[in-house]
Design a protein around this ligand. Structure first.
Ligand SMILES: C[S@@+](CC[C@H](N)C(=O)[O-])C[C@H]1O[C@@H](n2cnc3c(N)ncnc32)[C@H](O)[C@@H]1O
Length: 285
C-alpha cells in the first residue's frame, strides 16, 4: 500500500471508531458539538442545531461552519468534502431546497451510513452521499456551484490533489467555503506522535501554504474570512478531549502529562480558518 493510502486507512479507522462512540465520550477534530471545544467555537446557531436530527449533531467533528456566510442559493448543487455524519450536508440541503442537490463524499463507510440515515431522518430527499476519496472525487467535472468542507483537508496526505479536484468539479464562477485547521511548523517530536494526525494537528500545514495551494490549483479570489487561533486553554481542552480519549487513540491514548507537554509546544501555532474563493473563467488567448 502506498504511504498516502496508509495514512487514509489510519484516518478512516479512527473516524469509524469515533462515530460509534456514545455521546460525549471522546472525540476527534472537535468532537460532538455540545461537548467539543472546537465545534462549540464553530459558530452553529442553537436554532439550526435544534432543527437537525440529534445524531447528526452528536457526530459532528468539524472545526468551523462552512455553510455560514456561503450565501447558498435555492436550486444550487453543493458538494461537501469529507461529509462525515452529515451536519453541513443537512444544513446546505435545506438551503438549496428540493430543486437543488447536495452531494457528500467520504471514505469511511460508517460515516456514510450515518449521513444517509440522518438525511432520511430529516426528511431530505436531495442529499446524495457517495463513497470515495477527496483526492479523486466521484463527481463530474464542471458540475458543482459550491464546494464546502469542514475540518477534513488537513487530514489529506495529498492536499494539492484535493485542491486540484476542487478546481475540476467546480463550474466556472463556482465558489468554495472551507473550514479547516492550519498550523505553523511544530517541533519534530510533536510531529512524530502519530495520534496527533487524526486529531487534525500534525497533518495541518501553515496558512500561507494552504492559500498558495488553492491558488496554484487555479482558484481565484482566495481569502481568509475568519480565523481563530486557539488560546492555550482552548487548545489544552481540545487536545485533552482528543488525545486522552479512546476515539482517536485507542491504546495509544496519551497520559495527561504528555498532553500538557504537547499543548505547551503547539500553543499559538494552531488555528481554525474559513477560507473562500472561486473558479475563474478561463482566459482564451
Ligand atoms: C474531522 S471529520 C469531519 C466530518 C464532517 N465534515 C463534520 O464536520 O462533522 C473528517 C471526515 O473526513 C473523512 N475523510 C478524511 N480524509 C478523507 C479523504 N482523504 N477522503 C475522503 N474522506 C476523508 C473522514 O472519514 C471523516 O468522516
Amino acid at each position: 500500500m502506498s504511504r498516502p493510502a496508509e495514512v487514509r486507512k489510519t484516518v478512516s479507522e479512527t473516524y469509524a471508531r469515533a462515530v460509534v462512540q456514545p455521546p460525549g465520550s471522546g472525540s476527534c477534530c472537535g468532537g460532538p458539538v455540545p461537548q467539543g471545544v472546537a465545534a462549540t467555537l464553530a459558530g452553529y446557531s442553537r436554532e439550526a442545531l435544534a432543527a437537525l436530527p440529534p445524531d447528526a449533531v452528536r457526530n459532528s467533528f468539524g472545526c468551523g461552519n462552512p455553510v455560514a456566510l456561503a450565501e447558498i442559493r435555492e436550486g444550487e448543487t453543493v458538494l461537501d468534502l469529507g461529509s462525515g455524519a452529515g451536519i453541513d450536508l443537512l444544513l446546505a440541503a435545506k438551503l438549496v431546497g428540493p430543486r437543488g442537490k447536495v452531494i457528500g463524499v467520504d471514505m469511511t463507510p460508517a460515516m456514510i451510513e450515518r449521513a444517509r440515515a440522518n438525511a432520511a431522518a430529516a426528511g431530505l430527499a436531495n442529499v446524495d452521499v457517495r463513497e470515495g476519496i477527496i483526492e479523486d472525487l466521484p463527481v463530474d467535472s464542471d458540475s458543482v456551484d459550491l464546494v464546502i468542507s469542514n475540518c477534513v483537508i488537513n487530514l489529506s496526505p495529498e492536499k494539492q490533489r484535493v485542491f486540484a479536484e476542487i478546481h475540476r468539479v467546480l463550474k466556472v464562477g463556482g465558489r468554495f467555503s472551507i473550514s479547516d485547521i492550519v498550523a505553523e511548523p511544530m517541533p519534530d517530536w510533536v510531529l512524530q506522535l502519530t495520534v496527533l494526525y487524526s486529531a487534525c494537528i500534525s497533518g495541518a500545514i501553515p496558512e500561507a501554504e494552504y492559500l498558495a495551494g488553492l491558488r496554484n490549483a487555479g482558484l481565484d479570489d482566495v481569502e481568509v474570512r475568519d480565523r481563530l487561533v486557539y488560546e492555550p486553554a482552548q487548545l489544552g481542552a481540545l487536545l485533552d478531549s482528543e488525545l486522552s480519549g479512546s476515539c482517536c487513540c485507542g491504546s495509544d491514548a496519551l497520559p495527561k502529562a504528555e498532553v500538557d507537554r504537547v499543548t505547551r509546544a503547539v500553543a499559538g501555532k494552531v488555528a481554525s480558518i474559513r477560507v473562500v474563493g472561486r473558479k475563474p473563467a478561463e482566459i482564451i488567448p
